[in-house]
Design a protein. Structure first.
Length: 237
């Protein structure tokens, strides 16, 4: 019966790959439906907002793929990547909500910025999960295994000695498939201040979003956005 174990594992991973492809296709279908609806109802401002987000996400994904090969990403590039890949989607949702209620360009742009700041904080929180010890619903160190350069790792690489930097990069490049080596990188990041630095960056983005929200009149909608912002930065998974 032992021969069935690798077959079962292969079947499991094949099923996951199929489900991922289906999820991507369904997402593409829903996006196109939204674009078509915007055209049919002549909601051209809405169409512009969605198209802007799609463009940003594609550019962010390409930038991340390029940097993953070279592993030379700077902190400013990291912020550009997450702004485009993640924050632009949340920014578009917030901006589109404003555009659907009033043609006030100042409010629409302010809500884009609020969503962008919220998305940046959300992504940094997600990156921090990779270096923690809690069960958060995804494998620990998965970003390292996929050679994704996130803020805790970028900070550590920029502030450690040359020997440690070479050691970390060698693991990421050549040994990221080894669980014990990934755990070693996680320990170095934890001890090197990468967690604290990234958490401070997350809270800066959150405060900037709070400041934008404070300019809006008090309402249930404002309170809901406030609660959303607290949730994305304090969530446990």
């Amino acid at each position: 019966m032992l021969w069935m174990i690798p077959m079962s594992a292969a079947g499991f991973f094949h099923q996951c790959a199929v489900e991922n492809k289906i999820a991507v296709l369904v997402g593409d279908f829903l996006l196109l439906q939204g674009l078509l609806m915007s055209v049919k109802t002549q909601q051209y401002r809405m169409l512009e907002i969605i198209s802007r987000a799609v463009k940003d996400m594609a550019e962010g994904e390409l930038l991340q793929m390029e940097k993953a090969r070279r592993l030379d990403i700077r902190e400013d590039i990291y912020h550009d990547i997450i702004r485009q890949k993640t924050a632009s989607l949340i920014a578009a949702a917030c901006s589109a909500g404003a555009a659907s209620t009033a043609p006030d360009e100042a409010t629409i742009e302010k809500m884009w910025l609020f969503g962008e700041k919220t998305g940046m904080a959300f992504q940094i929180r997600d990156d921090l999960f990779d270096f923690g010890s809690d069960n958060v619903g995804k494998p620990l160190g998965i970003d390292i295994k996929e050679k994704k350069m996130t803020l805790p790792l970028i900070y550590t690489l920029a502030n450690c000695d040359r020997q440690t930097r070479r050691h970390i990069l060698n693991i990421v490049k050549n040994e990221s498939h080894k669980t014990e080596r990934v755990a070693e990188v996680i320990r170095i990041v934890q001890q090197g201040g990468g967690i604290e630095y990234s958490r401070e960056a997350m809270y800066r983005y959150r405060q900037e979003a709070f400041d934008l929200l404070a300019t809006a009149p008090e309402s249930p909608a404002r309170q809901a956005l406030h609660d959303l912002l607290v949730f994305v930065t304090e969530r446990k998974q």
